[in-house]
Design a protein around this ligand. Structure first.
Ligand SMILES: [Zn+2]
Length: 174
């Protein structure tokens, strides 16, 4: 089955991925112009303006979800990044969450780190691996033996996370 074979309808009862788990969504209409998303730990509740046409509904909800994922990805990844930087004893310059097609993360010479927002759909231990992967690049800007030894020191089961991404990465989509 092709990854893009499934097109979401964005109606109540659809399920979305968050931190490796699938949650139901429920859509409500309200009088306010804004679209808002609330995650209560059990499901997602989406509030959308009552005058949005059926045609526009999909786009409006999809955009709201993308924004929500981006913001949540920033908060969670920053928390993990600060945690691992403290343990490992390294500092980064700037953190950005991006829409990237082929990469999970990257690290520049200046210590700027980028992460793919879709990571927030994967389980926490996979997110941690990508964070550790990039933090270790703050010391080694390559994939040398020394580099991988460092990754393994802080994340002994990193190969499991790599396999998870290989197997499920393409399926992480809105
Ligand atoms: Zn790398």
């Amino acid at each position: 089955m092709k990854v893009d074979a499934y097109k979401r309808d964005w109606e109540s009862g659809e399920r979305v991925l968050y931190r490796g788990k699938k949650y139901n969504i429920r859509i409500f209409t309200h009088k306010e112009k804004t679209t808002s998303i609330n995650f209560n730990g059990k499901r997602f509740e989406i509030f959308i303006n009552e005058n949005v046409s059926t045609n526009d509904r999909k786009t409006v909800i999809e955009n709201a979800f993308r924004k929500w994922y981006m913001r949540t990805a920033y908060e969670s990844i920053k928390e993990r990044l600060d945690y691992y930087c403290k343990i490992i004893g390294l500092n980064y310059n700037n953190l950005r969450i991006k829409e990237q097609k082929t990469r999970w993360g990257s690290c520049s010479k200046k210590g700027n780190l980028n992460f793919n927002w879709k990571l927030i759909m994967s389980p926490p231990w996979v997110i941690d691996y990508v964070v550790v992967h990039e933090v270790c690049h703050l010391r080694y800007l390559n994939h040398s033996k020394e580099y991988w030894a460092m990754v393994e020191m802080y994340m002994p089961n990193y190969k499991k996370a790599q396999e998870w991404l290989k197997k499920n990465g393409l399926g992480l989509t809105l």
